[in-house]
Unconditional design. Structure first.
Length: 118
C-alpha cells in the first residue's frame, strides 16, 4: 500500500514524510515531558530526603534538649529520678542514666518515626 502511494504521487510522499515527522515530534515531546517529570521527581525526592535529614537532626537536637531538661527537672525535684545502670552518662548528648530522661528522649525520637509510618 505504501509503495503504491509513493509511486502514485509526490504529494503522497510529502504527506507520509510530514506525518512521520509529526509522529516523531509528538514522541520527542512526550519523551521530553517524561524526562522533565522524572527530573522533577528526582529533585522532589532529593528535597524530601534533605528535609527528612534536617528534621531528624532537629529531632536529635530536641532529644538532647529533652534529656537535659529532664535532668534539670530532676535536680529541681519536679520529676523523679529512677536510675538505670545500663545507660551511660553522656552529657553532650543529653543522655543521663535515668528512666525519665531516656524515656522522654525515646518519646521525642519515636513520635516522628511513628508519624512517617502512619
Amino acid at each position: 500500500m505504501c509503495q503504491s502511494l509513493l509511486k502514485n504521487s509526490g504529494s503522497s510522499r510529502e504527506f507520509i514524510e510530514g506525518f512521520s515527522l509529526l509522529i516523531a515530534a509528538v514522541l520527542l515531546s512526550y519523551m521530553s515531558v517524561w524526562l522533565i517529570a522524572r527530573r522533577e521527581m528526582q529533585q522532589w525526592q532529593g528535597f524530601i530526603h534533605n528535609k527528612m535529614g534536617q528534621a531528624l537532626d532537629q529531632k536529635r537536637l530536641s532529644a538532647i534538649f529533652v534529656g537535659k531538661a529532664a535532668l534539670e527537672l530532676q535536680v529541681a525535684g519536679f520529676i523523679s529520678a529512677a536510675a538505670v545502670s545500663y545507660v551511660p552518662f553522656i552529657s553532650w548528648l543529653g543522655l543521663f542514666p535515668t528512666v525519665e530522661s531516656v524515656g522522654l528522649q525515646l518519646l521525642f525520637i519515636l513520635i516522628p518515626i511513628m508519624g512517617l509510618l502512619v
